[in-house]
Design a protein around this ligand. Sequence first.
Ligand SMILES: Cc1cc2nc3c(=O)[nH]c(=O)nc-3n(C[C@H](O)[C@H](O)[C@H](O)COP(=O)(O)O)c2cc1C
Ligand SMILES: [Fe+2]
Ligand SMILES: [Fe+2]
Length: 423
Amino acid sequence: MRHIKENPFDLNEESLFLSQNILGMKQNLSIQNNIYYVGVNDRRKPLFENMWTLPYGVSYNSYLIVDDDTVTLVDTVDVAFFEEFMKKIHSIIGDRKIDYLIINHMEPDHSGSFGLFHHFYPDIVVVGNKLTFGMVEGYYGTFGKRHLVTDGDILDLGHHKLHFVMTPMIHWPETMMTYDENSGMLFSGDAFGAFGALNGGFVDSHIDLSYFDDEMTRYYAAIVGKYGSPVQRALEKLRNVDIKMICSTHGPVWSGENVSRIVGKYDRMSRYDTDKGAVIAYATMYGHTEEMAEAIAAELVAKGVNPVKMYDVTRTDSSYILRDIFKYKGLILGCPTYCGQIYPDMEALMEKISVREIKNHYLGFFGSFTWAGAAVRRISKWTEGVKMELIGPPVEMKQAMDDKDEEKAMLLADEMSDHLNSI
Ligand SMILES: Cc1cc2nc3c(=O)[nH]c(=O)nc-3n(C[C@H](O)[C@H](O)[C@H](O)COP(=O)(O)O)c2cc1C
Ligand SMILES: [Fe+2]
Ligand SMILES: [Fe+2]
């Protein structure tokens, strides 16, 4: 039964209480031009979307634009961090009212605080597009004032003038970006985002960036990777925009030369453009399929392919494998037959590759069985729906690898290395 959603957060005053030290925060949250960072770090969530591992945590970024006569918030944060979020806002504006809440993206890692937030700021004008408001009501109940924007609309805040750019499917249909003409800052939603918490600061030039390059690729591969064409359309719309800073909803605020580097990285990833190198993703129960994977890897390396990345699909969170598939052009899959099927963890990886419509790769595969092989036949069937160039003869091994199996595996590896070496 669906319960009635009048405003579920329309609680009486006594029932909501923010801790006494709400005004106690001393952090410098200024980015530039009276724009502030009010996001939070989550180092506790084990799995993003309950699926993707977070070894370095993740940040949910929100931004506050404090103009002479208006205050505007861009997105909120995961509801678990509501109190810290409110502390940050209060430390900047005290009891001053907030005029606008811009919702660039409705996924609850960003909109989750909406219901509570709206209770504290019931007169706020919610700014969104034609798809936003239905989602707000569906998740958080009825709300009051709203301002509908379409592509190219401008909201004049005083000094700051916000331009709205519709960027559907990065990464939900209602997604949009907000560009401030005054500061040149682009509030980009999930686009250009990265896994990884922000340690001690938020602007790229002030913090250690060592994990963010790979964590941005992994975030893209896991979260945005299906939407290469929408990303390309968004980049086209942004082509002539003078972006001075990128303020994503996850990861650092990008400035200076990093802006064009990050845009270029997104352009490449969304075209499935990769470097020379190969991923060997395999499954094994007793080591025989792995032995063939090792033999193939050794031959690739002997023929000059570097890097070669080997992943046991059962042991590795698939986001790392997908990340490297988005990085390297060669892909080789291998697995045992299991109950007349593809080994389940491999099947799950193949499904994720299909969903993301990963293309522009060289693909080879091998498999094993003991009494009636199915893995190679089924992988072969799957390749018919995948837009990758097939490389080498598939290798099917019965029980342990013999000389003939190894010869075939070498043919596969050699054909793969020939292709990769000619890029
Ligand atoms: C639970 C289980 C189910 C299996 N099902 C099949 C099967 O349906 N057909 C078959 O030929 N081999 C089957 N096998 C044998 C495996 O395919 C064989 O052990 C494997 O290919 C050897 O490679 P590995 O050492 O890398 O695990 C099964 C093995 C196990 C443990
Ligand atoms: Fe999202
Ligand atoms: Fe997000």
